[in-house]
Design a protein around this ligand. Structure first.
Ligand SMILES: Nc1ncnc2c1ncn2[C@@H]1O[C@H](COP(=O)(O)OP(=O)(O)OP(=O)(O)O)[C@@H](O)[C@H]1O
Length: 296
């Protein structure tokens, strides 16, 4: 049994309650509720335009939801209502970090600088927000040393030590994706939101990504919320999958449960409601055939 399944009875880290997001007449998210648990990898999947990125934008403060509550409860019991916080506090206080569908690194800065900039907040606090503090205090020097150690740690974890002094924009695509994750992890998040981290990766890079995400879950206990179209990644590493279609939740369960759900299959195949029963019957027939083959 995975560590995450053992903690399934614990309180959820992230609780999304009746979330609705409208853009004028368009309902991008419709009364969505789901949970993400500490130490779990939760995948948010669905066809194009289903509302996945909009959910991320509501959780991370880029959008203020039209209705609903998003509660983040840290392991120490402190609780944050994310829909009421400005985005910088969601990152800095509530400890939620994210990456984007389109890579958003500081392309002209080196790889190391990208990781140090991410730790700007603790450094400024250590300086007492003064120039003298930056120049001389012991606290600032200590904090600065810790920032460099943390950057070194994530450079190693993501296989980027050799490229530390290169401009981020010069890295191959897969390495830039890893750097984005390293940069997010340098902010010590309790919840890491990844928007299509496997997009554009080759199969070897995709496997490396799986290893990295598993290690983040295991070694740091960071909960991961993942939008992903690559089903091999979703099925391989997720503990829990939430499926959206046209802004509405159509399935919520283990990867095995959602994989065989006729509504999910129908949504991905793009069939009409009345055809769902047909798909359901086909899924049952295939399942019976597989079972018969296993028995034979
Ligand atoms: N700022 C916005 N203004 C108006 N409509 C928006 C805005 N953001 C998203 N939408 C609409 O909301 C719907 C959901 O979009 P969203 O990007 O969340 O889907 P998605 O599931 O992430 O899609 P994809 O897999 O293609 O990235 C779409 O119809 C989109 O056009």
């Amino acid at each position: 049994m995975s560590a995450s399944l053992q903690t399934r009875t614990a309180a959820p880290l992230l609780q999304v309650d009746h979330l609705t997001m409208r853009f004028g007449g368009l309902v991008a998210i419709n009364d969505l509720s789901f949970e993400a648990r500490a130490g779990d990898i939760t995948a948010l999947i669905g066809p194009n335009g289903a509302g996945k990125t909009t959910v991320f934008n509501c959780i991370t403060g880029f959008y203020k939801p039209t209705e609903g509550m998003i509660t983040l409860t840290h392991p120490d019991g402190s609780s944050y209502l994310l829909e009421r916080l400005p985005d910088f506090r969601i990152n800095w206080r509530a400890k939620v970090a994210r990456t984007f569908q389109n890579i958003r690194l500081f392309q002209g800065m080196t790889v190391l600088e990208n990781l140090l900039v991410a730790q700007h907040n603790p450094l400024m606090i250590a300086s007492g927000m003064t120039f003298l503090g930056v120049l001389g205090t012991k606290g600032y020097r200590e904090s600065s040393r810790k920032s460099i150690e943390k950057a070194e740690y994530w450079l190693e974890k993501t296989g980027l030590v050799e490229r530390a002094d290169d401009a981020a924009g010069d890295l191959p695509y897969g390495a830039q994706r890893r750097l984005e994750i390293a940069r997010a992890m340098c902010t010590d998040p309790v919840l890491l939101c990844l928007d299509e981290p496997a997009a554009g990766l080759n199969p070897r890079e995709s496997l490396e990504l799986n290893t990295l995400l598993r290690s983040i879950r295991k070694d740091h206990g960071t909960a991961i919320l993942l939008i992903e179209h690559d089903m091999s990644v979703v099925m391989e590493i997720s503990d829990h999958v939430v499926v959206l279609d046209y802004g509405t939740k159509i399935a919520d369960g283990t990867p095995e449960e959602v994989r065989n759900d006729p509504r999910v299959i129908a949504a991905y195949l793009g069939v009409e409601d009345e055809e769902v029963e047909e798909v359901e019957a086909e899924v049952e027939v295939v399942a019976e055939q597989v079972e018969a083959e296993h028995k034979a």
